[in-house]
Design a protein around this ligand. Structure first.
Ligand code: MN
Length: 726
């Protein structure tokens, strides 16, 4: 929200006339003059006359395009709390509606309250505020405007008060603004809270983005032009807004994914505003024809609005050079709703009417107050916080431990959260004492009791029953292990069959002979070799021949087609299935390590480029399946060292880097380059280490080792996405 540094009463009237041509100036002037008189002589901590505060609050409300009564309440909101004015006096001047709202906005001071603790008084003030908001939603809107201006002028408070107020705002007011759908206020509050709660990180991020502003500008205008062209060709009239996401959301993303601000493109977002819903979908199609979408990131909030009534289409696409960026597509009506939320939707002519009562956002307030009736102030504050995060579900174990889950999570997710083994052996569950199926979704406050049996094991269809990545990964790992054991058994049987044909038996083969044969095929041991046969990667007959070469000496060992040229001159690192004519090289974006899953991609005139399966650019490749080609690592490819860059996020302390070097050395990795940034003890630091490793398994060992270090917050390979935002 753009705010002038100072507002005069006339500015407010001017702003209101834009949306209320016949604004009731008399009521507003009456409120203004009254407030000016009562607050006369009072000053704020900033040294400005006190009146600047109610004026700015009224301005924020006018900017949300609220009615005269709301703006008048904004002008008067501190009168009862901070001046000698009485309720009766106020009612005589302005009538019962304005007075009721101002009373609700007046905090009970400690001695008026029946509660002894400060926290209890705060909770009780909240409850009164929300109760009043249910019958008149303007009350909470004035409170949000009040808090917004107080946050803007927080610099004049003492540091400990700054932190306390910012924390309360982040815990309660920003989420309330979100629940009511008022995006503009939510974003501003979050950024202000961020600034006071984590001043260093805030300042650093702000600077880092500023340094990159030129690159960003160039990107914007290039992409904007492409979008403008797309719309023009399709004959769609639309407005394009490009922006960097607000700082707090970027910071959260950086922390969640452990990525660097250098990937500034990740924080760009475009908004395309069009005239109709059908145009929204048409634009989505056009955008996807221009840039491939990132799978799993297309959200249709038009068909399924968010709980706060927000509507839009969201997609993330891979732009030039594989940089992902976000696009939101919406109509003007949806746009206004997204920025002003309930303030846009709700009409003041409908106070207390059925229409207002049916609004889902008001319904949320009501259900919160209903379910917390008679609870203690502490319980009330707790459930308020729980309820303010609509995307999270909180559940309890019978012992009272609490776990939070993303909405949609099931009982099976819960079991895996308790313990991996509990997940693997989970046979059933009771929620609040009642038996329920494993795929039952969790609701807030559920008490979940898991029943296990040693006979139970994960099944493949469990993958469709879980929502958390933790549970999914555990199930996958179990299935993979199981599959390998299965393959091992099949491989052993196939080899036995081959040997029987020659009147031989596996039993008679000495262990060292088996190990030799295994290593000849690039496997660590006999079991790995059996598994390879079972998976069909290795021919049982070839192994049989190797174990017992024919007497005539002409061993008919099929020679593996070791063809294609390798990277950087060393040949035979990669093999292209079915052809020997390709020039093969490793993609620079992800620089795959021998042993990891890879994908080949036929380029025009440059042979085959090989990417890691996890490379973000691969998603784009998959968009052209006809150009994909099967490649695999040649046996022994991991003998030569390859360089990878590992990124670390850590809490800095003296000697940290030395410990990291030692850990890597102990895993036989060789550090060949290092970039480190830390702000001093106890601060967050980041490091990029270039390490020579021999194969993917070696790299994984090193990463695993770093992950177990206490001060390490995040570890990952550069260039590879570690996780996709939910
Ligand atoms: Mn105030």
């Amino acid at each position: 929200m753009k705010a002038p540094a100072r507002v005069r009463f006339e500015d407010i009237i001017d702003r209101m006339e834009e949306y209320l041509p016949d604004v009731d100036e008399a009521l507003l002037r009456h409120a203004y003059v009254f407030a000016a008189k009562r607050h006369e002589g009072q000053v704020r901590r900033s040294g400005e006359p006190y009146l600047t505060h109610p004026l700015m609050v009224a301005w924020i409300l006018a900017d949300l395009e609220l009615d005269e009564l709301a703006v008048a309440v904004g002008l008067l909101h501190d009168i009862l709390e901070d001046t000698e004015t009485t309720e009766a006096e106020m009612e005589a001047e302005f009538g019962p509606e304005v007075t009721r709202a101002v009373v609700a906005l007046t905090k009970m001071s400690g001695y008026e309250s029946t509660f002894t603790s400060r926290e209890a008084t705060i909770a009780e003030n909240f409850r009164r505020l929300l109760l009043a908001s249910m019958s008149d939603v303007r009350v909470i809107l004035v409170k949000l405007a009040d808090r917004t201006h107080n946050m803007r002028t927080l610099e004049y408070m003492k540091p400990d008060r700054q932190k306390a107020i910012a924390q309360e705002t982040l815990d309660i007011y920003a989420p309330i603004a979100n629940r009511l759908g008022i995006g503009s206020i939510k974003r501003e509050l979050e950024d202000l809270c961020f600034r006071y709660l984590h001043p260093k990180e805030y300042e650093r991020l702000r600077k880092e983005l500023q340094e990159r502003s030129e690159v960003v500008e160039r990107w914007y205008s290039d992409l904007e032009e492409v979008i403008r062209d797309l719309l023009k060709k399709a004959g769609i009239e639309g407005t394009i807004q490009g922006r960097v996401k607000h700082l707090y959301s970027i910071w959260q993303k950086l922390r969640r994914q452990g990525i660097s601000v250098a990937n500034v493109f990740d924080f760009l977002a475009f908004r395309i505003i069009v005239r109709s819903v059908s145009e929204c979908y048409a634009v989505l199609g056009l955008v996807h024809q221009e840039w491939p979408p990132v799978p799993g990131r297309i959200k249709d909030y038009i068909a399924i609005p968010k709980p706060n009534a927000y509507q839009s289409l969201h997609t993330t696409v891979l732009g030039p050079e594989g940089h992902p960026f976000e696009i939101q597509i919406r109509t003007w009506k949806m746009h206004e709703l997204a920025e002003h939320g309930i303030a846009a939707h709700w009409s003041y002519k409908e106070v207390g009417s059925e229409h207002q009562a049916n609004d889902t956002r008001i319904a949320w307030l009501r259900s919160l107050l209903d379910t917390t009736e008679g609870t203690s102030p502490r319980e009330f504050l707790d459930s308020l916080k729980v309820d303010l995060y609509p995307d999270e579900v909180y559940c309890f174990t019978p012992r009272g431990d609490v776990f939070s889950f993303p909405r949609g999570a099931t009982v099976l997710d819960f079991a895996y959260r308790v313990h991996t083994e509990v997940g693997h052996h989970c046979t059933g569950a009771r929620i609040n004492g009642k038996w329920i199926p494993l795929r039952t979704r969790l609701s807030n406050g559920d008490v979940v009791e898991i029943v296990t049996s040693q006979q139970q094991h994960p099944r493949r269809d469990w993958l469709t029953m879980v929502e958390t990545s933790r549970a999914r990964n555990k199930i996958r790992a179990w299935l993979k292990r199981e599959e390998k054991e299965h393959a091992l058994e099949i491989g052993r049987r196939l080899l036995e069959k081959e040997l029987r044909k020659r009147q031989l038996a596996l039993k008679g083969v000495p262990a060292e002979r088996l190990a030799e044969a295994a290593s000849a095929h690039g496997h660590a041991g006999a079991d790995e070799m059996f598994a390879a046969i079972g998976f069909g990667h290795l021919d049982a007959e070839a192994v049989a021949l190797e174990l017992f070469p024919r007497d005539d000496g002409e061993a008919e060992l099929p020679v593996p087609s070791r063809s294609a040229a390798g990277n950087t001159g060393s040949s035979g690192v990669l093999e292209v299935t079915g052809s020997s004519d390709f020039l093969v090289h490793l993609a620079r974006c992800c620089n795959p390590v021998p042993g990891e899953e890879i994908v080949g991609y036929v380029t025009r005139g440059r042979g085959v480029t090989v990417h890691s399966r996890w490379c973000p650019n691969v998603r784009k490749l998959l968009y052209n399946p006809e150009r994909e080609i099967e490649v695999r690592w040649a046996d022994g490819a991991d003998v030569a060292p390859s360089r990878v860059t590992i990124q670390l996020v850590f809490t800095d302390r003296p000697g940290f880097l030395a410990d990291v070097s030692q850990a890597i050395a102990e895993e036989r990795g060789n550090i060949v380059g290092c970039q480190l940034r830390a702000e001093g003890p106890e601060q967050r630091g980041t490091a990029s280490l270039t390490v020579e490793v021999r194969g993917a398994a070696h790299l994984e060992r090193i990463l695993e080792r770093l992950r177990t270090m206490d001060d390490v917050l995040e570890v990952g390979r550069q260039g590879l996405v570690t996780g996709v935002e939910p």
